[in-house]
Each structure stands twice: as structure tokens, then as C-alpha cells.
Design a binder for this molecule. Structure first.
Ligand SMILES: Nc1ncnc2c1ncn2[C@@H]1O[C@H](COP(=O)(O)OP(=O)(O)O)[C@@H](O)[C@H]1O
Ligand SMILES: [Mg+2]
Length: 275
């Protein structure tokens, strides 16, 4: 099975990263693909959006990262115990606030790396890569929802990914975050993962009427459209998208006829076309 790993990332908050990880995953799942979602944010929003209580999760991404560092030979056992299966068919590696502790551990590793030259395979930036190695054989798609703080967690996700998707809220100044995320991606490409590709910029919370949305769409296309793909169809603003996490469902379960279900479907088609 050939697996593609996607990171959903943008250092700006509230741009639709978590919603896009969930609904892209759900769309791919409906199309018959096996999908693993990874919650890589200590806030645990993706975990909650799938109907789990983050604080109650005893086994999370944090444990797996620590096992991958300290007891790599036990990883398989821990993976089996940590991956959650949902009714919709999506699998999830959950997260909660303990992920911040794992991030702190990575940071300690980073400091000591300055003294230990040569151990590239055990670098603090490649822990998630080693974690995903056995999982790549089991899924068609792995989608990692990144957070804001803890840059090392995002660097780990990007170092382990084939592609990244950059959601941008179609709103005044929201596209200002793009240069920061592009810089981070570029540095990961240079230092850790030359194969990392930008699948595209995804406009989210798009309203066709307000002039503002139109102009953000036009300016993102103008400024970045030549260098990067901008996904064909923006994700429309819809209160149903905001409501579905509380129901623990994707848009396809919560409001399958909603316009945003169509746009997430269109995104999934473009993702499938990447191969
Ligand atoms: N297309 C949309 N229409 C309306 N609300 C949305 C849409 N996408 C996301 N939201 C809401 O906006 C907020 C931020 O989205 P979220 O996906 O959590 O962003 P991030 O993960 O980047 O912080 C959430 O309350 C979410 O429910
Ligand atoms: Mg989020």
C-alpha cells in the first residue's frame, strides 16, 4: 500500500486547520480510502471533534513520541493500544495537554543535539518520522493536524510528511500568515525533508458576497498562484461546519447536503489526483 502523509499547517490560529483535517479525512474515507488522523495539537481540538474527551485519553500522541524516543522496540505494541477507531471509519491518534510535555522533551533533545554530532537518525526533528514508518504500511492517507505553539511538533510533522496543505481564512489580513509558514516549510525542506511538497493553499470560511473575501481570493491567487497551487474551490463559510465538532461528526455526517461538504469533496478529489 502506498501511503501519502499530509500536514495541515499554518501558524495562524482559527484558520480552519482542524476542520480541514477532519473533513478532508472524512471525504477520503467516504471515497473508500483508509485514513488515519493525527492530532498534533495539545489543545486536542481534533480529538474532541471526533467525539472523544481529550483530558480522558490515557494513551495519546505524547506517549507515542516518548516511546519512539526511549523504547522504539515497543512502538508496535503502543501503536495498537493508542489508535482509536471511530464509527465513521476514520482512525485517530488523539492528543491532549500532555503533548506539551512531549514537546518539551523534544526541546531538551534539541539542546543536547548540539553536543552529540552525527546521530542524525535520532534527531529530535525526526521522531514523528520514525513513528509513522510502521503506520505508512497500514493506511492510504495519514493527515496530521498541526497546532500553533511548539514549533518542534510542527517541524516533526513536516519532516514526516509528503505534502502540506496551508489553510488560509478568506478574511482581512488573514493571508499575512502565509510568509511565516512558507519560511518554516522551506527550512524543513532544506534541513530534514527535501521531498516535502506544498499541495496547495486552501481558502477557508469563504463568503461569496462580501467584497473582502473576493479580494483575499484574488490577492492570494495573484501573490502565490504562480509559485503554489491554490485549491480550485474555497471552503465556504457555513455555521454547520462550526457546529459539527460539538456533535463529534464530520460535515458529511452532520450536514451531508451542506455546500461545505461539496467543497471538502472537491478538495479530496484534488488530493486523490496527487496520487
Ligand atoms: N468553513 C467554515 N465555516 C464556518 N466556521 C468554520 C469553518 N471552518 C472552521 N470554522 C470554525 O472556525 C473556528 C476555527 O476553525 P478550526 O478548524 O478550529 O481552525 P484552526 O484549527 O486553524 O484553529 C472553529 O470554531 C470552527 O468550527
Ligand atoms: Mg486547530
Amino acid at each position: 500500500m502506498s501511503c501519502s502523509v499530509f500536514s495541515i499547517t499554518n501558524q495562524k490560529g482559527g484558520v480552519g486547520k482542524t476542520s480541514s483535517a477532519l473533513n478532508l479525512g472524512a471525504a477520503l474515507c467516504i471515497k473508500g480510502k483508509s485514513v488515519l488522523l493525527i492530532d498534533n495539537d495539545p489543545q486536542g481540538n481534533l480529538t474532541a471533534a471526533l467525539g472523544f474527551t481529550p483530558a480522558k485519553q490515557g494513551r495519546t500522541l505524547a506517549n507515542l513520541l516518548l516511546v519512539a524516543i526511549d523504547y522504539p522496540e515497543d512502538l508496535e505494541l503502543h501503536l495498537q493500544r493508542t489508535v482509536l477507531h471511530t464509527d465513521s471509519g476514520l482512525d485517530l491518534i488523539p492528543a491532549n495537554r500532555r503533548l506539551a510535555d512531549a514537546a518539551a522533551r523534544l526541546q531538551v533533545m534539541q539542546l543536547s543535539q548540539y553536543n552529540a554530532v552525527g546521530e542524525v537518525d535520532r534527531a529530535c526533528e525526526r521522531v514523528m518520522l520514525s513513528l509513522l514508518e510502521p503506520l505508512r504500511q497500514r493506511y492510504d492517507y495519514i493527515i496530521i493536524d498541526c497546532g500553533l505553539k511548539h514549533e518542534l511538533l510542527t517541524v516533526n510533522a513536516l519532516a514526516a510528511s509528503d505534502y502540506c496543505i496551508i489553510p488560509v481564512q478568506a478574511h482581512f489580513l488573514a493571508s499575512e500568515g502565509i510568509p511565516d509558514v512558507l519560511e518554516l516549510i522551506r527550512s524543513v525542506q532544506v534541513k530534514f525533508n527535501p521531498a516535502l511538497k506544498i499541495a496547495g493553499i486552501l481558502l477557508t470560511m469563504y463568503q461569496s458576497r462580501p467584497q473582502l473575501c473576493q479580494s483575499v481570493k484574488a490577492s492570494v491567487g495573484e501573490v502565490y498562484g504562480e509559485s503554489f497551487h491554490v485549491f480550485q474551490r474555497p471552503i465556504e463559510y457555513s455555521i454547520k461546519v462550526a457546529e459539527c465538532p460539538a456533535a463529534g461528526q464530520s460535515i458529511f455526517e452532520y450536514a451531508p447536503k451542506n455546500v461545505a461538504a461539496e467543497s471538502y469533496n472537491s478538495l479530496a478529489e484534488e488530493v486523490l489526483a496527487l496520487g
